[in-house]
Each structure stands twice: as structure tokens, then as C-alpha cells.
Ligand binder design. Structure first.
Ligand SMILES: C[S@@+](CC[C@H](N)C(=O)[O-])C[C@H]1O[C@@H](n2cnc3c(N)ncnc32)[C@H](O)[C@@H]1O
Length: 274
């Protein structure tokens, strides 16, 4: 007998609750409440093959927070958060507007739950917009009323791609996609990326197993090594300390280094457009 999956009132009517989504599995790992049994099952399977995965995820979030604080210190007040996910604690607008209430943020995600939940949280915040779009189409994102209505392209903008590009294969041309954004940015704009990856000789069975779980049950993943990751910053000058493993990107406290198991399977960097 088929058991109907309960559809909570925050779930848009047109989503398939039985099909795991990247955004909702991530929400499960982060301890959020916007996920379903299918998402939790995949998330659990991945944790079984790589128990330290949750720590890796937390490091992506911590990198995001540190990078946004750094950008605020560098005077950036506009943020385009691509693949922003289901809102959780420490979102970009909370950090940015905590420093400067005039800071502006556009969140972009393809996932209907991420977009619906972001919109419901942000209702009434006139300096934040939420766009449902595929980030692989920069012209559509940049040409949208949400982006055009809020961001000023004559001023610096920080484009954030946090834990996103490992879902974009080489065939989908990540360099071309990034170029589509970069070419519209004013000098002084930035690009921040965090990305799953490591060198070939560091690959362990558990890293391979997580990718297999994802490839089979959610969406294909592409891990990139340091050289491949660094190429994503074509047209940007890397900000110190350059390309590093996430925990050692400008750590602010000993806690930031907690995840620094070696080899840490994710890179982070910030680039600046001259
Ligand atoms: C692993 S989550 C990271 C979320 C957030 N950046 C963070 O660090 O917490 C990746 C997000 O990217 C979104 N995503 C993946 N591919 C996308 C695409 N082509 N266009 C827009 N969003 C995408 C997923 O829906 C998901 O919310």
C-alpha cells in the first residue's frame, strides 16, 4: 500500500516530495525543518559513508559568514547570492544588514522550497529580493526585475557561489557561466566560491561514496582539484590568502579551525575584479 507523504503548508504544490533535492538534503544536514523523508534518507546514507560530512557542510557556512564580513569591511554593500539555499541561521542579509541596514541582497535559487521559504522570511524587507532561476543562465538572472530593481551595477557587487559549482559539470561550462556575471560587474566587485574537492591522491573511499550517493539519488556532482578550482577565478585577482582549504580561509577563532582535518575536502577563495 502506498503511504501518502504529508504536504506541509510551506511546501509549494508542484514539488515532488518523494524526489530528494539538493537544497532540502542540505537543510537536513544543517538541522533545518524544511525537508522530507526522501531528503533525510539520502542525507543519512551520505552521513553513513562519510560521518564527517556535516562538519564539511558547516565549514561552507562558516566560510560564507567570514567572507561576507570581510567584504563588508572592504566596503561592499551589494550581494548576489547564487544557489542561496533554504534560509538558515546566519544568512547573508542578516550579516550584511547587521553591519549596514542599507546593504542589499538578492537571493537566487532554482529550488521552489528554498525560494518560497526565503520569500516568506523576507516579506517586508525592501532591500532583499528573492529570485527563482537557474544560475547557469546569467543573462536571465541579471536581466530579471529582482536583480535589476535592487542592485546597482555601477557599484561593486559581491557574487557568492557557496557550495554551488560542484553541481555544475565541466560540460555545462562553469567558466563561461562565471564570465557571464563577471563581465557585467564594476571594478571592485568580488567573487566568492566554496567548492567540494581535493587532489587526486587524497581521494578516499568515503569521498567517492558520497559522490555516488549524490550521483544516483540527487544530482551529479563534480569534485575539482586546486588547479581546476583556481581557474574559476579567471579575470579576478585572488584576495589573500588565495586558494585554500575552507577552514584556513581567514579563520576568526580557534573554532573555525575545528574542521581542519587533512586533507580537508573543500576549497574556498575570494577574487576581486580590478
Ligand atoms: C549545497 S546548497 C548550498 C546553499 C547555500 N549556498 C549555503 O551555502 O548554505 C546548493 C544550493 O544550490 C542550488 N542550486 C544548485 N544548482 C542550481 C542552479 N543551476 N541554479 C540555481 N540554484 C542551484 C540548490 O537548490 C541548493 O539550494
Amino acid at each position: 500500500m502506498e503511504v501518502a507523504v504529508e504536504r506541509p503548508n510551506w511546501a509549494p504544490g508542484d514539488i515532488d516530495l518523494e524526489r530528494p533535492s539538493v537544497a532540502r538534503v542540505y537543510d537536513y544536514w544543517l538541522g533545518g525543518a524544511h525537508n522530507f523523508a526522501a531528503d533525510r534518507a539520502v542525507g543519512q546514507r551520505a552521513l553513513e559513508v562519510m560521518p564527517e560530512l556535516r562538519d564539511v557542510i558547516l565549514n561552507h557556512r562558516a566560510f560564507l559568514r567570514r567572507v561576507v564580513r570581510h567584504l563588508l569591511g572592504a566596503g561592499v554593500r551589494q550581494f548576489l547570492d547564487l544557489g542561496s539555499g533554504i534560509p538558515t541561521v546566519g544568512n547573508v542579509h542578516e550579516i550584511a544588514q547587521g553591519t549596514d541596514p542599507a546593504a542589499k541582497v538578492v537571493y537566487v535559487d532554482v529550488d521552489p522550497v528554498a525560494v518560497a521559504h526565503s520569500r516568506s522570511l523576507l516579506n517586508g524587507n525592501g532591500r532583499v529580493a528573492v529570485l527563482q532561476a537557474d544560475v547557469r543562465d546569467p543573462a536571465a538572472v541579471l536581466g530579471s526585475p529582482e536583480v535589476g530593481g535592487l542592485l546597482d551595477f555601477d557599484e561593486p557587487i559581491a557574487v557568492l557561489m557557496i557550495a554551488l559549482l560542484h553541481f555544475v559539470s565541466d560540460e555545462e561550462d562553469p567558466l563561461g557561466i562565471i564570465g557571464g556575471y563577471r563581465d557585467r560587474l564594476a571594478p571592485g566587485s568580488h567573487l566568492a566560491i566554496s567548492h567540494a574537492g581535493y587532489e587526486a591522491d587524497e581521494e578516499t573511499g568515503s569521498y567517492r561514496a558520497v559522490r555516488s550517493v549524490y550521483d544516483r539519488d540527487v544530482t551529479p556532482m563534480t569534485y575539482r582539484n586546486e588547479a581546476e578550482f583556481t581557474r574559476l577565478f579567471d579575470g579576478f585577482d585572488l584576495v589573500e590568502p588565495g586558494v585554500v582549504r575552507l577552514p584556513v580561509w581567514r579563520p576568526e577563532s580557534p573554532d573555525d579551525l575545528n574542521g581542519s582535518r587533512t586533507p580537508f575536502p573543500a576549497f574556498g577563495a575570494l577574487g576581486r575584479k580590478a
